[in-house]
Every structure is written in C-alpha cells, then in structure tokens.
Design a protein around this ligand. Structure first.
Ligand SMILES: Nc1nc2c(ncn2[C@@H]2O[C@H](COP(=O)(O)OP(=O)(O)OP(=O)(O)O)[C@@H](O)[C@H]2O)c(=O)[nH]1
Length: 775
C-alpha cells in the first residue's frame, strides 16, 4: 500500500473520514482534512492502532471532545438524527423506530414530523406541554381537560414529583423498579429501555447506566466509532444518540429548564385555576402632604373584622378589608421605595394613590410621583387630602393635575379624584371603594393552588430571629415549611407572621407576610419563589449569587449613548427614554421640545421626566428602572446620585448648551457619536472662606472633600446644585506655596481664571479631559 488520501483510505476501511482523522490526530500525525494524503508510515500506524483497539484495549487519557457526527450518521444509516442544535426538530424528527413503538401520549402523534410546518407559537405550546408531560404534571395522555387544576401547562413543575439530577430517565425509567428486582446484567437478560431522556452531556458511566449496559460495552461501541473515551469522560448528546441507536434505544434530548432566573420565566395558568386577588396599592405624593397619616388612618379604621384593636406591627405592608374585599397596602410611602423595587425588575404595585394636600397643591414631588407611576404603567387615583383645612382648595389641585395629564372625570377625563382627610377619616371609605373599582377593571387574578412566588418588600437581620423578610405573595400560596429562594438565598420557612403580628401557616396571593428561616438577608425588590427540592433550591440560590457577582464585575445592560446606535440597529431599542434636569423650567421645556423632535429612523426620544434642580438619587433610580439616560442642563448630580449612577450604570450627560445636548443625542441615535474625549471628575472642594486681594482677585479658601484638586484641572463652580461658572483653575496653593495637587482632607487656596464671584458654600468641581479609547 502506498500513499492514499484520507477519504480513500476511510472508504477502503469502511470507516468515516472523520474517524480516520480522529485516529491520526490521536497519534499526533497531523493532516488537514479528508483530502490530505497519508503516506505508508501513517497508514501503518493507523492500522496498528485499529488492531490494538479491536483487541479490546481502551486508550486511556483521550480527549472527550470528539464528535465525528456527520459521517457516523451515514454509517448508521440514520440521516435524521437531530440534536441539541434545534430542539423543535429534535423532538419531532424522531427516528421512525421510536414513533412506531408502543402506546405513547398524544403529543407524540401531534408532534410527529410536522414541527417545521407549524407556527412558532403552536410549537412552543407543544413544547411546554411536553415539558409538563415529562415531568409528570400532565400525565393524562387522553383526557387533557380534566387535569387543569394541577397547572397543566405551567413551565414550573412540581418539584416533589421528580428527581433533581441532571438527567432523567423519562418514560424509560418507569420500568426501573421492576428492573431492579431482576438485577439485569446485560449479558444475561438485558432489559433495555426503548427510549432514554437526557438533558446534556453525561459520562460514559452514567450513560451506560441509563442504557442498562456495561460501561465496557459502551466503551467498545465508542471505540468502534473512533471515539476513545474512558468511563469517566463525558460524551455529548450527539454521540449518545449514535451509540444508543446501536443498541436499539432512542435518545430524547430535553433541555433542562434553568430556573435560576425564575423571575423572568412566565407561568401560564389555566384560566380556570385563577381566582380574584386583592389589589396591591402604593401611596405616593409630596413631602408632608399626608401619606403616612393616610396610611395609618386606613390601617386603623379598616382592619379585618374581628381583629380591630389587635396588635399591629409594621412589616412593610398590610391588608385592610372593605365591603368584604381585601386591599393590600405597601407601607413604605414615597416613590423611592416604589421605584427601587421597579429598578430591580419587580412589578409589585397595581394601583397608586397620589396624595395631594388640598391646601398646598401640586409640588415637585407630586410631579415626580406621577412620572414614576406613568413610567411603571400603574393607574393613579388622586386623594385630595387635608380637606378639613379651611384653606383647602381642591379645584386648584384638579386644575394643576390636569396640566400633568390627570384630568378628573367630571371634567371629561379618566382620573378618579377623591377628597379626603387623613385626620378626620372623611372620604377614606370612598377612596378604598374607588381602589376596589379600579382593581375590578384590572381583573387582578392569581392561582392560589401552586407553589408561591412573589417579591421581598423589606428584609433585615434580627438579632434573635436571624434573617427576617417581609414578602408579598404574588401568585400561589406560601406555606410554613416551604423551601424558598429569596434573592440569592435559600431557606426553609420556619414561621410566618402576618401584618397583625399573628402567626399564620399559609399566605395566599397578595398577602404580605414576614418569613423566618432564610439563610441571609435578601434585598428589597428581590424576587422569591418556592423550591420544594432543597438541593435544587440551594443550587439555584448559589447560581443567582454567582450571576450577580458576574454582572457586578462587568455587565452593563443599561442603555448608554455610546452603544445606543448598536441597540437601535439590533432592534433592541425603539425608544430612548430620557430624563431631563435643568437649572430653570424654561430650559427644561426647551430641551424637552427639541429632543422630542429628533427624528431618526427606527427610534425616537421619549421624555419620561423633566425637573428643575440638581440630579438626585431619585432621578437616577427612575432612570435605572426605566432604562433611561439623564441629561443635565446646567446642573450637576448630587454626590449620592453620582454614586448610585455609577453603581446602577446609568448614563448621565451634562451640558451647558442646549443644542450640544441635542446634537449629542441625535448623533448617538444615528451612530455618529464619536466622543474622543471624555471629562473625568477628579475631585471636589468646598469653599469655606473667601478673600479679596487686589490684583489677584478672589481667593477661595477651600477644603478638598473628595478626590483631589489638580493645578491644571478644569473647574465648575456650583452653587446649590447649579453650575454658575465653568473654566480653568488659575492658582492652587497650600499655605504660601504653589501646589501641583491637593488631596482629600486638606485645605488649599484656589483662584479661578478670569472669575471672581466665588462665595462661601460654593462647590468647586475639578475635572480633567481624557482621551477615550473606543473599542
Ligand atoms: N389638617 C390635616 N392635617 C393633615 C392631614 N393629613 C396629614 N396632615 C398633617 O400633615 C403633616 C404631614 O403628614 P405626614 O403624614 O407626615 O406626611 P407625609 O406625606 O407622610 O410626609 P413625609 O413622610 O415627610 O413625606 C402632619 O402634621 C399631619 O398631621 C389632613 O388630612 N388634615
């Protein structure tokens, strides 16, 4: 035998080219592909290798990554093996043999050979149904209808009904008990499963066990296909399919549902399983307009019948009853809590009560609250409070709110206004009735007959009781003894306490309860979900923790101007949400009007909030919750806001000229943004004293509060959050000496270039311009 091409040799040996290539590679004989030439020496070596293998020796230490699939298919005459690449096809394009086997649930017939012809949605439904079938929640092959109580099509399966391992035996495993008795050794009386279900790579040993074959036999089969694997090496689903086929067994691939991001996975409840649930209400409004007083009044006058006067304790939320219907109130007034939760992805509130004091009218925080509720798409009921006061002027409130899009019904609008007094209690019953009315329209429903999921309202570490979390059950029923993942922690519920301080055993939908038993303190707004299988619950909690760390390290999914164009192009962005903060109302409006006019194909600007004054933490949280950017015009972020923006990765753009701001956003939307330079704030100093010196001008005696002040830096002079001057630093001195830089905690003297109007209490922000590296 002289030289030969790989494919010719393979043909001659009745092998696939891939197999030959694998062997060559294994022997360190480098060739490129099936067209490569093998010389005599190579052929000999391969020959020797094959004969050695045939004698039964396993070549240990081999690499598991071999996947000689294409050729194997031909060799096995099964062209329709489909695998992990496409689940839909995989499920439907089963080898004929599988379809002709014994009785199977309906779905097998439904799916057969027609996956491609079906619309995606129908396929998805079938997939879901199949998942449920496999996990035993939908185990009635004929009369599907009768099974709805169990949550037939739910993606989340009842954990108690199945194993938690990485692979499941599927139907094939149902015979396991009987098999055990017979203790089959394949050489004696092999009772093979007809079908096995896998959800990913398995070791040869595990796979052999599933097949009820000796590992050695599987290894031998692998070798005959050119795959050198030891018992502990993993083989992929493709390979398993081929090997199983050799034994006449079908491998079904079922993707294991990763429930570690359970809050994003929707549950589809059978409509018949849904029952009405109480609405969850948040109270928002301007400072001192009476939110807390109103919450307290509602709580004390509308406690559940028979429990009046009972111990009440603050757990972050409570329920009241009116007309035999319950309403759940979140007991943390203000939009900070509301939006913090939303920023974490939690949709908790069904209805917002906007409290406006009738004697004070609409104030900045009233407007903020409206925008927060609108951004979250939550209906607003206006409680015009303090009606007992002689100076109360509800019409003015209506007038003002109309300007913000909340038009009272009597004026032809859709917003319900209820005059109340949180002090006397007047109007509160009517307010609650209106809440019920709005709730009725919303048709709020949940399924109480399944494992619970919901949101953490607040949580803390209690010295005596450990981690204590108040949770709001949003769906299902939470029970004492349940295993729960809350945020990134797992725990078994030791006890539950309701808003009256009573111990309870169960908490149905919309109920707030305090739970004990978590391993650590989750965050407000974190999701929770019951996992019966403790091992699984712990694993999920760990995965979530790892994921969070990962995200903290580098992830930034928020919109930034820098990647805006990319997102628009990829179709991820249709609207750019913008929050505008400006020094005066006029410029905020001007900016708003101009930004809204930006017309770029495929995307538009949506202003979700405008305000006057420094950029606050609230603005940043709203931006974070609404995936918005903040544009500041002649204003600066408060120190807290800057920190939160860094943490939440919110893009803040600061400008002093309106058209520049507009240009920047327009450019970003068109993908033309090319900021080669970026300013970097290096420090801030507070002006403690000023000295006027003739010829020199005003010297500011400063204290460096953050970072450092550098001699060649640019500066912004900020008074009450508003930039009043921008320019360069002129001199920087420590005592009498010129200094290059002065660090945090030290005092220094500063003069600004061509600027003397410096006052005590001003803040000097120092920044440098740096070149930005673009990826
Ligand atoms: N006359 C009168 N006073 C009220 C009414 N509601 C609240 N107040 C008073 O208004 C003041 C502020 O009420 P709070 O309930 O603390 O207001 P808040 O909106 O919760 O305020 P913050 O928690 O600071 O945001 C208190 O002195 C209350 O007694 C009302 O209906 N009538």
């Amino acid at each position: 035998m002289s030289k030969m091409r790989v494919y010719e040799y393979a043909k001659q040996m009745n092998m696939s080219s891939k197999e030959v290539l694998t062997i060559l590679e294994r022997m360190d004989l480098k060739v490129n592909n099936h067209m490569s030439v093998m010389d005599e020496g190579m052929i000999q070596k391969v020959e020797q290798f094959i004969s050695k293998v045939k004698q039964g020796g396993s070549t240990a230490g081999t690499n598991q990554q071999e996947k000689p699939q294409g050729e194997r298919k031909t060799r096995n005459n099964k062209p329709n093996q489909q695998h992990s690449g496409n689940r839909n096809q995989n499920k439907s394009n089963k080898p004929q043999a599988a379809n002709s086997k014994g009785p199977r649930p309906n779905r097998a017939n439904n799916n057969q050979n027609n996956a491609k012809a079906k619309p995606a949605r129908q396929r998805q439904t079938e997939e879901k149904r199949k998942l449920a079938t496999d996990s035993g929640t939908y185990d009635n092959p004929k009369g599907r209808k009768s099974d709805h109580k169990k949550g037939k099509f739910t993606k989340f399966k009842d954990d108690s009904s199945k194993e938690s391992g990485s692979f499941r035996g599927g139907k094939g495993r149902s015979k396991k008990k009987g098999d055990k008795k017979a203790a089959p050794r394949e050489k004696q009386a092999p009772v093979l499963p007809k079908e096995i279900t896998v959800s990913g790579p398995l070791t040869v040993g595990e796979f052999a066990k599933l097949l009820r074959k000796e590992a050695s036999e599987v290894i031998r089969k692998l070798i005959s296909l050119g795959i050198m694997a030891t018992i502990n090496q993993e083989i992929d689903v493709d390979t398993m399919s081929v090997i199983a086929e050799e034994f006449g067994v079908t491998v079904e691939y079922k993707e294991e549902v990763d429930e570690s991001n359970f809050e994003e996975q929707e549950e589809n409840d059978d409509p018949e399983a849904l029952v009405e649930r109480p609405p969850v209400v948040t109270i928002m409004g301007h400072v001192d307009h009476g939110k807390t007083t109103l919450l307290d009044k509602i709580r004390h006058t509308n406690v559940t019948a028979g429990e009046a006067g009972g111990i009440t304790q603050h757990i972050g939320a409570y329920q009241v009853e009116i007309n035999n219907k319950k309403i759940t109130f979140l007991d943390t007034p203000g939009h900070a809590a509301f939006t913090t939760m939303r920023a974490r992805g939690a949709k908790v509130t069904d209805i917002t009560i906007l409290v406006v004091a009738a004697d004070d009218g609409v104030k900045p925080q009233t407007v903020e609250a409206i925008n927060h509720a609108k951004a979250a798409d939550v209906p607003i009921i206006v409680a015009v409070n303090k009606m007992d006061k002689p100076e109360a002027n509800p019409d003015r409130v209506k007038q003002q709110l109309t300007e913000h899009g909340l038009v009272p019904e009597e004026w032809g609008g859709e917003t319900i206004f209820v005059p109340v007094s949180a002090i006397t209690g007047a109007g509160i019953d009517e307010l609650l009735e209106m809440v019920l009315l709005v709730a009725e329209v919303q048709e709020l429903k949940a399924n109480p007959d399944k494992r619970a999921r919901g949101v953490v309202i607040e949580a803390e570490l209690d010295k005596g009781r450990g981690a204590v979390a108040t949770v709001l059950v949003q769906n299902g029923t939470l029970k004492v003894g349940d295993g729960v993942v809350a945020g990134n922690y797992f725990g078994k519920i030791r006890a539950m306490v309701n808003d009256r301080g009573r111990r309870v055993k169960v908490a149905p939908p919309s109920t707030p309860v305090e739970i004990l038993g978590l391993s650590d303190v989750p965050g407000a707004g974190d999701p929770f979900m019951v996992f019966e299988d403790e091992k699984k619950g712990r694993a999920i909690a760990e995965r979530r923790m790892a994921k969070q760390k990962e995200e903290e390290r580098g992830g930034n999914k928020r919109v930034t101007l820098d990647d805006l164009f990319k997102q628009i192009q990829e179709g991820e962005m249709k609207e750019l949400n913008v929050i505008i903060k400006a020094d005066v109302h006029g410029s905020a409006e001007a900016m708003k009007n101009s930004l809204e006019k930006i017309d770029v194909e495929g995307a538009r600007v949506k202003i979700i909030h405008t305000g006057v004054g420094a950029i606050t933490e609230y603005d940043v949280i709203l931006a974070s919750a609404s995936n918005a950017i903040i544009v500041g015009f002649n204003v600066r972020p408060e120190p807290n806001a800057r920190a939160v923006a860094d943490q939440e990765k919110v893009d803040i753009r600061l400008h002093r000229i309106i058209y520049k701001a507009i240009e920047e956003i327009e450019a970003a939307m068109k993908g033309l943004l090319d900021p080669e330079y970026e300013e970097k704030v290096v420090g801030t100093a507070e002006v403690r004293q000023t000295f006027k010196v003739s010829k020199v001008g005003t010297i500011a005696g400063c204290y460096v509060t953050e970072g450092k002040v550098v001699r060649d830096g640019h500066v912004r002079l900020i008074r009450d959050g508003i930039v009043i001057h921008e320019g360069k630093l002129d001199t920087l001195k420590r005592f009498k000496d010129d200094a290059k830089e002065v660090a945090q905690g030290y005092e220094c003297g500063i003069t600004l270039e061509n600027y003397n109007d410096i006052k005590e209490g001003d803040v000097i922000e120092v920044y440098v311009i740096e070149e930005v590296e673009r990826a």
